[in-house]
Design a protein around this ligand. Structure first.
Ligand code: SF4
Length: 358
């Protein structure tokens, strides 16, 4: 697994954001590499000298890090060579999804200023992910970050995971600004049935509230990716959900159907929640057929390509982030490995036995 947090030392009094480089760039937040020996990289920047433990084989050149001198760590907020950079802006959430891979916490550490600095230093044309918790619980800070960054860096774009519970009529004018065309909102819908959706997210009235938000987002011309995690609770209802999406939400850009991640709450509930699409592909296949027939751009996430029948394989994306992705030993000769997301690092190993190199 690619490490995102590294031990670090610094005499600075407070945390700081800096971009690491062999030569110092034109920004006063750039730091220059002075030496790299014995697994310790020594840098010089406006804050003085600091070190970062660099694991063998890990290239830090161009990374944008948040160094916390008190905690003795450097967080790799934006890795220069990666398309999978996501900023976790809060761990608070007002839902409690039964399969949440990142269970919420009550505490909140406001790091929006550091995240804004980091985004301003991002490589050209980056797409930066934002997730939580629920980012829109801090909607004022979030929108300010987006507008500040996109105002200064028109080459950047954002993808934001949100439960869609907090968009209001008052947001519409603001979200109509041109800069929001570079923002895509990834919003989950788990069922066309209100009771079922609300049970999955553990919040009464959640789907009704979400439908209101969709009205506001539609009025704002917002770009939306709809997301559905497949669970034993909703799997057989996917064809109905496909019709709901096509008829009620035809303005979305994509519909992403996702396999379960064995992390967070799902880890202890795996046997009850996980549904093996290879054993029973019919509900998923019917949902795909409906979606495709009705003109939706549908995608499969967190699903190895060889586990999908050939006629649907073009929909299976390499969606798992590089830092938490693994392949089975048997994947080595596969010709479609570059297009395949493989497995989550922590996915049960018995799935490895089912891979069939393409
Ligand atoms: S063999 Fe491995 S790399 Fe190839 S499609 Fe299957 S899981 Fe993906």
């Amino acid at each position: 697994m690619i490490p995102l947090v590294l031990p670090s030392t610094s005499d600075a009094a407070t945390p700081f954001v800096t971009r690491l480089g062999a030569v110092r760039g034109g920004d006063n937040r750039d730091a220059r590499l002075l030496s790299d020996a014995g697994g310790i990289a020594l840098y010089s920047g406006d804050v003085g000298l600091f070190t970062i433990d660099r694991p063998e084989g890990i290239n830090l050149e161009g990374d944008i890090v948040l160094v916390d001198p008190c905690a003795g760590r450097a967080e790799r907020l934006i890795r220069a060579g990666s398309d999978h950079n996501t900023l976790l802006v809060t761990e608070r959430c007002d839902q409690l999804c039964i399969m949440c891979s990142q269970p919420p916490k009550k505490t909140h550490d406001d790091r929006f200023a550091a995240f804004t600095d980091a985004c301003l230093l991002a490589p050209e044309r980056s797409v930066i992910g934002i997730s939580g918790g629920e980012p829109t619980l801090f909607k004022a800070e979030l929108l300010e970050l987006l507008e500040t960054v996109l105002g200064k860096r028109p080459d950047l774009a954002f993808h934001i995971l949100s439960n869609g519970q907090h968009f209001e009529q008052d947001d519409v004018e603001r979200l109509r600004q041109p800069c929001y065309q570079r923002v895509q909102w990834g919003i989950p819908v788990y069922s066309a049935d209100h009771i079922s959706h609300d049970q999955i997210v553990a919040k009464e009235g959640a789907l009704a509230r979400l439908e209101k938000s969709f009205c506001h987002l539609l009025a704002a011309g917002a770009r939306i990716e709809l997301r559905t995690v497949m669970l034993s609770d909703n799997y057989h209802d996917l064809p109905r959900l496909a019709r709901y999406v096509a008829t009620r939400l035809p303005f979305i850009e994509h519909w992403s159907l996702m396999q379960l991640e064995n992390a967070g709450f799902a880890k202890n509930r795996w046997d009850a929640l996980y549904v093996d699409h290879q054993q029973d592909f019919a509900p998923l296949g019917q949902a795909l057929d409906h979606a495709i027939l009705l003109g939706l751009d549908v995608r499969l996430f967190n699903i190895p390509r060889c586990s999908v029948p050939q006629e649907y394989r073009r929909h299976a994306m390499a969606s798992i982030s590089d830092w938490k992705r693994r392949y089975a030993p048997a994947c080595a000769p596969c010709h479609e490995r570059d297009q395949c997301g493989g497995f989550f690092e922590w996915h049960p190993k018995d799935a490895d036995l089912k891979v069939v190199p393409l």
